[in-house]
Design a binder for this molecule. Sequence first.
Ligand SMILES: NC(=O)c1ccc[n+]([C@@H]2O[C@H](COP(=O)([O-])OP(=O)(O)OC[C@H]3O[C@@H](n4cnc5c(N)ncnc54)[C@H](O)[C@@H]3O)[C@@H](O)[C@H]2O)c1
Ligand SMILES: O=C(O)CC[C@@H](O)C(=O)O
Length: 399
Amino acid sequence: MKVLIADAFPKSRLADLEALGLAVEHRPDLPAAELADAARDAAVLVVRSKQVPAAVFERARALSLVVRAGAGVNTIDVAAASRRGVYVSNCPGQNAVAVAELTLGLLLALDRRIPDNVAALREGRWDKKGFSAARGLFGRTLGIAGLGTIGREVAARARGFGMRVVAWSRSLDDARAKALGVERAPDLVSLARGCDALSIHLALKPETRGAISREVLEALPAGALLVNTARAEVVDQAALLERVRAGRLRVGADVHAGEPEGGKAEFRSELATLPGAYGTHHIGASTEQAQEAIAAETVRIVASFVRTGAVPNCVNVAKRTPARARLVVRHYDKVGVLANVLGEIRNAGINAQQIENTVFDEAVAASCVIALDEAPDEALLERIRARADEVVSAECFLV
Ligand SMILES: NC(=O)c1ccc[n+]([C@@H]2O[C@H](COP(=O)([O-])OP(=O)(O)OC[C@H]3O[C@@H](n4cnc5c(N)ncnc54)[C@H](O)[C@@H]3O)[C@@H](O)[C@H]2O)c1
Ligand SMILES: O=C(O)CC[C@@H](O)C(=O)O
């Protein structure tokens, strides 16, 4: 079985994959345009920042699993993977501490203008007077948009700096906010209105694209700091540029509109050239600790898949199917029993969408839960129950 790793990956972990008996092809510099061809005979594809478009799923017919060696899966056409029945998996939480550390670094850098301090001294300029105009973070309010794994790590560190932390997250309620030691804002505009600094940790989804809208940016008080280590597309970039140019906002951005996929390239970010903005090179996850944790998790996912067929952290198995009914059949654990039950369902023109069979102690009897796209009528249930030497009971529940 071939594994193609199309981005940088630690050598020691390549050996772990080979030890699983896999043929490992490591091509960190593979051009994006060649990915579909290179993946053609691969069963597993591992990527970091490389985009995986629909063309890869159309061409790479042997592909079973794509592992995103990171958190965000917006770089993968997950819908195209789902249509081909290809699993997509990621490594949630493994780089959260690294991103939180960079977030705090950017906040401190913005407040003290550390990069400009450094640059001035390199140019032979002493400007203690000019660089003394910092507000300080202690006692200030940090707003967090998206209290997922990274948002929570940022909250913990900000509290360590004596900041008041207020958060908005789609499922955050008062009890959970209290348990996490943060206050809850009812929406993003209210969050922005009440904070001195705003840090963005929303995953990029169709619903979050542009969530940090012009209205949210305009709600931030004059002189506020904004840090984005999530994805550029979550923020209205045109409005952001206007606010920074007008001197209303100061920004630390690790992620950039149209940023290159690879490690080195010509790239000009309009935002990052402005005096009120500090840009970093999408390095949030780039610490040794985080990359080691990500690689170890990637190996765990691939090992589980090749040894057992189970895919940890799978992001594209339907949480809700169009199933309209659940048929629960308790039956004797004998050859052909389930085939006969499924045959009855097929003969009635009903589609079985999900099947889960559980065996009771001593493996004499078992229970099978079958999600159906249509409820069986009483006559079908009776035909199944009539197989008395195979079936103990058959009950239907509408969902
Ligand atoms: N700069 C970097 O190097 C770097 C590294 C890791 C992650 N990231 C980015 O940070 C993001 C957050 O990472 P995480 O590990 O905290 O992920 P997470 O899954 O733990 O948190 C994601 C957050 O997005 C919110 N969210 C998801 N879908 C939403 C929707 N439809 N509507 C509203 N909110 C929604 C969740 O509620 C949660 O608060 C990633 O998706 C990725 O884009 C960047
Ligand atoms: O691999 C990287 O350097 C970036 C990863 C980051 O954007 C993520 O979503 O995990």
